[in-house]
Design a protein around this ligand. Structure first.
Ligand code: ASP
Length: 586
């Protein structure tokens, strides 16, 4: 038997018992005639003591132990003289009588501690060592728990877990596909799924009714921070449902996961339309942990002789509570420069400070009287000590810029409180987005999303301009400013689907070649259906109050899309290439 207990479970009540533990040597210290070792496994750390004076043979063996050696020890549990209140096992130690070295270890290339000295690439190369570190281990254990609770909840709700294929057909819509050459069909390629979207819809046509899958998705995008080329979704679809049924089911799932994994009871999720979210927060995924809502000033700020505002489509600002005294002229200048960086691209930044002494200071004081500035303050509900930050320009751009400023102020003012969770449904997205550059429509969600019922007739018969105003039965679940999930009610009618492809710039042949199977299925009794997919990696990160999804994935890829441990991607040999009928040009 390798162990009677794990390294996290012994307590004072076990004192006097003979036990056997196995684990890794975290650290060892010599102390007079005693040697102390911290023994670690995924359950915790237990202190071992070797009496090297009384038992020189054992002492000799113990002295061979280096960091990360794997050992098995037997001995008696005893109460510690100096206890460690920070550790669950901190009241006891093991007086070791037998030691067996199960495996030696080279000196690890970085410290296996909560804060490691290893850089990213080194940690990825030796991911098995990195995964031994408690914070990462906790993340992976947490993820497992959330996955298991997802299965439990959805199974209880009558969902079937059904696998869909990984080798599918390439469709250029959406992100770039990863492709896989087919040996048996020379010159032809499979694609890895960006999501199981069409398959889950086909499952509804097939009568499966409630489907879910915790599934890998693949997107060959340029990797922005915190994107992974392969990531995991909780992918779901239901038949005979309205939007309301879906929101309720998945609000239920989300509440269950927070309760089961974090013991957090979430209140009912507020709902907001896409238009309202943009108007109030400049973003379709607002962080609701803090206010600083947008207040529009067109009616009071335009037409008073300040040319910048007069020329602007929108004058809009936020009120940073208590910040008037915190921002010197130099700080304002720095903040303005931060806003003017190309990533944000604001032209300028106007401030109005309501000083603690009752005076008002503003960068546009020349153009507006004190009463006027006071009336702006009233619109924001500003008090003494508050500071307004105001932007102006073209509506969409200005809102985007102010969203960045709101988030930055939220960060600076410490308003993104960890452990606070503010979920929100964003609803009624536009169906189509007009892209000026390519002069075509893009699907805001994806090409299978249905317009709202009341917009169907408009979509079938309307003119070009009408198409811009179509609303979709699409929804996003947002938590703390991150999009956690998104989905829609789907088109289940061939004619409407054909029309949508046409609007998206597909020729009839292209639509048939790529999605003929789906439109064909719609002709055989497709039920009304809809669904949603959660970004599982991100959900786990957000629930844990962390930014990066990478440490919730056991084997992630780096920013160049590489797996540093197995060194993928890699070259393949000539024979393999030949078999696949591939000639390299690089
Ligand atoms: N398949 C969609 C996605 O990957 C989600 C959905 O519409 O259910 O975003």
């Amino acid at each position: 038997m390798y162990r009677t207990h794990n390294c996290g479970e012994l307590r004072l009540e076990h004192a006097g018992q003979e036990v056997t533990l196995s684990g890794w040597v975290q650290i060892s210290r010599d102390f007079g005639g005693l040697k102390f070792i911290d023994l670690r496994d995924r359950y915790g750390i237990t202190q071992l003591v070797f009496d090297t004076e009384d038992n020189p043979t054992l002492g000799h063996e113990a002295r061979k132990l280096g960091r990360e050696f794997v050992v098995q020890v037997s001995g008696k549990v005893r109460e510690r003289t100096s206890k460690n209140p920070n550790r669950d096992t901190g009241d006891i130690e093991i007086e070791v009588t037998d030691l067996k070295i199960l495996n030696a270890s080279k000196v690890p290339p970085f410290t296996i501690e909560d804060d490691t000295d290893g850089g990213d690439d080194l940690r990825m190369k030796y991911r098995y060592l990195d995964l031994r570190r408690t914070p990462i281990q906790e993340n992976i254990i947490f993820r497992s728990k959330v996955g298991i609770e997802t299965r439990k909840y959805l199974a209880d709700e009558g969902f079937l877990e059904i696998e869909t294929p990984c080798l599918i057909k390439s469709t250029p819509e959406g992100a770039r596909d990863f492709v896989v050459p087919s040996r048996m069909n020379p010159g032809q390629f499979y694609a890895l799924p960006q999501s199981p979207q069409t398959f889950k819809q086909i499952l509804m046509v097939a009568g499966m009714d409630k489907y879910f899958q915790i599934v890998k998705c693949f997107r060959d995008e340029d990797l922005r921070a915190d994107r992974q080329p392969e990531f995991t979704q909780i992918d779901c679809e239901m038949a005979f449902v309205t939007r309301e049924d879906i929101l309720n089911t998945f609000e239920g799932l989300t509440k269950h996961l927070f309760k089961a994994a974090l013991d957090v009871s979430l209140p009912d999720f507020p709902r907001m339309s896409y238009d309202e979210a943009l108007q109030r927060y400049g973003s379709d995924k607002p962080d609701l942990r803090f206010g600083m809502e947008f207040v529009e000033l067109n009616d009071v700020a335009k037409g008073k002789g300040f040319p910048v505002f007069d020329a602007a489509e929108l004058v809009v600002g936020i009120c940073a509570e208590g910040q008037a005294g915190e921002y010197s002229n130099k700080d304002i200048k720095n903040l303005t420069e931060w806003m003017q960086r190309p990533q944000i691209g604001a032209k300028g930044l106007v401030y109005v400070k309501f000083e603690a002494d009752g005076s008002i200071k503003s960068s546009v004081g020349k153009f507006y009287s004190e009463e006027e500035l006071q009336s702006w303050g009233e619109k924001f509900g500003a008090k003494k000590g508050d500071m307004l930050l105001i932007l102006s320009g073209e509506t969409e751009k200005t809102r985007k810029q102010l969203n960045e400023l709101r988030l930055e102020m939220g960060r600076r003012m410490g308003l993104m409180t960890p452990g606070v969770f503010k979920p929100l449904w964003v609803l009624d997205f536009p169906l189509l987005e007009w892209d000026e550059d390519s002069e075509r429509f893009h699907a805001m969600h994806h090409p299978f999303t249905a317009p709202k019922l009341e917009d169907v007739a408009k979509m079938m018969d309307g003119d070009h301009e009408t198409m811009k105003s179509l609303r979709a039965d699409a929804y996003d679940l947002v938590i703390n400013g991150s999009e956690i999930g998104g989905g829609s009610i789907r088109i289940h009618d061939r004619a409407l689907q054909e029309k949508n492809f046409k609007l998206l710039g597909f020729t009839e042949e292209q639509a048939e070649y790529q999605f003929g199977f789906l439109m064909g299925a719609f002709e055989y009794g497709a039920p009304p259906h809809g669904g949603i997919a959660f970004g599982f990696d991100r959900l786990c990160a957000i629930m844990s109050g962390q930014q990066s999804i990478r440490d919730f994935i056991a084997f992630p890829k780096n920013n160049q899309g590489k797996d540093m441990m197995i060194e993928a991607p890699s070259l393949i040999d000539e024979g393999q290439l030949k078999e696949l009928n591939i000639k390299l040009t690089v």
